[in-house]
Design a protein. Structure first.
Length: 404
């Protein structure tokens, strides 16, 4: 994880970021931007801070158990928690002016106890353990363990501007090391701690940061030049931009969402990427969807979901009300699938996707949909396992519309 302890000031920063996420409920990204804005930290120190904070959140209950600190005590007892983190990773303790002690003997007793509890060892809250066991059974422990690992950094070569090989060479000249990701045509894994977004390659729109699993979902759309394609839950356009590259700028790509600010951000990214065939449209009411009835060769529904496949990247979701929100999300997914599928023309393909690995949001939704919608047939589906792929976890199903 690290090969030397955090400095006292970086330790304080981690404690403050954790406190903002856990006590104030702020999203992790927001907590980073609040804490980092105006700071003159070297990119390598920023990387160390985000590595430690991410790991802390991935296994928070383990570190809390080892230090005998509760998540809501972090502002007061955070130094003790940080000491436990350093001991766990075999590092000297940070040289803080004031730090609550954690004796070696107490730590070792707790460590031995933790080793006997697999879910605790993997930093898994009880609600998630119950859900994983119920929905994934024997496959759950390996996914649970994989979700404790730091996320890899992947980028997608923007084939509207360059090939993947050209991008790899150009980045090497900019001191960024990458390697090819087997099985994902456009993906490179970034293997050095580089300030990616300061590179010329990024400024010129040669790549986007995008998980390799997300790239696989976008490629399941299989959009061809000249087609009419709708990305109906486009957000800020991670997958829309991938699809635009598949279409080589030819045909019509309509990106829709219920949040205008996300579509505005998509437009900016599209300009940088030279993706000229994207049109954005806010979904203001059900009429927006009805007007597009039977109009598209491809429709991607990358629906709102629990995010339980992307916990490596967004580990704060483990410590939020994700379980309580799930039934609401499942209903919304059902609604989007039933209503938005009307936009697919006969012979066209509907791709349903989530960044969850839980069948309730995935295959169960498709099975229920097919019972009531016999004018669709399932072509294939796949769950990208976090453990088997090393990517984020996703689900995708491809359905063909066979009649009106
Ligand atoms: C999983 S995110 C999409 C991520 C995006 N496709 C990407 O690759 O970056 C789901 C999106 O669905 C949007 N959304 C929520 N409710 C919706 C609805 N009823 N109709 C369409 N989009 C909706 C959210 O605003 C969010 O941007």
């Amino acid at each position: 994880m690290l090969n030397s302890p955090l400095s006292p000031s970086s330790t304080e920063l981690v404690i403050s970021i954790l406190d903002m996420v856990l006590s104030e409920g702020k999203p992790l990204d927001r907590a980073y931007s609040v804490h980092f804005s105006g700071l003159q930290l070297a990119p390598s120190e920023l990387a160390r801070i985000t590595k430690v904070t991410g790991d802390m959140l991935r296994r928070l209950n383990l570190y809390c158990f080892l230090s005998d600190v509760k998540p809501d005590e972090i502002s007061r007892l955070g130094t003790r928690l940080m000491n436990a983190w350093h001991m766990f990773h075999g590092l000297e303790l940070p040289k803080l002016e004031y730090s609550l002690p954690l004796s070696e003997a107490e730590y070792v007793t707790r460590l031995e106890e933790a080793k006997k509890q697999a879910a605790l060892w993997d930093g898994c809250p009880q609600w998630l353990e119950d859900m994983g066991q119920a929905q994934l059974g024997d496959n759950w422990p390996k996914e649970r363990a994989a979700l404790t690992l730091p996320p890899k950094r992947f980028i997608r070569a923007n084939t509207l501007k360059c090939t993947r090989d050209e991008l790899g060479k150009k980045l090497r000249n900019e001191q960024v090391q990458t390697q090819i990701v087997e099985g994902v045509e456009t993906a490179l894994e970034v293997t050095s701690d580089a300030a990616l977004f300061r590179t010329e390659s990024f400024k010129k729109g040669w790549f986007e940061q995008q998980d390799a699993g997300s790239q696989l979902v976008a490629s399941a759309v299989d959009a061809k030049p000249g087609m009419r394609v709708i990305d109906a839950c486009a957000g800020a356009g991670g997958k829309t931009l991938s699809i635009a590259a598949q279409m080589q700028g030819k045909g019509r790509l309509l990106a829709m969402d219920v949040e205008q600010w996300k579509l505005d951000s998509l437009k900016q990214r599209a300009r940088r990427a030279n993706a000229s065939n994207i049109e954005t449209r806010l979904i203001a009411s059900s009429k927006t969807i009805k007007r597009l009835k039977l109009s598209a060769d491809r429709v991607l529904l990358d629906v709102p979901c629990s995010g339980l496949g992307v916990l490596k990247r967004n580990p704060d979701a483990k410590w939020r009300d994700t379980a309580e929100r799930l039934p609401v999300l499942v209903e919304l997914q059902k609604h989007i699938l039933h209503s938005y599928s009307r936009m697919v023309k006969v012979g066209g393909i509907l791709v349903y996707a989530t960044c969850s690995i839980m069948p309730e949001e995935n295959r169960d939704q498709i099975d229920a949909f097919l019972v009531e919608n016999t004018h669709f047939r399932l072509l294939e589906d796949d769950t990208i396992s976090v453990a088997d792929s090393g990517f984020d976890g996703f689900y995708m199903a491809r359905l063909e519309r066979i009649a009106e």
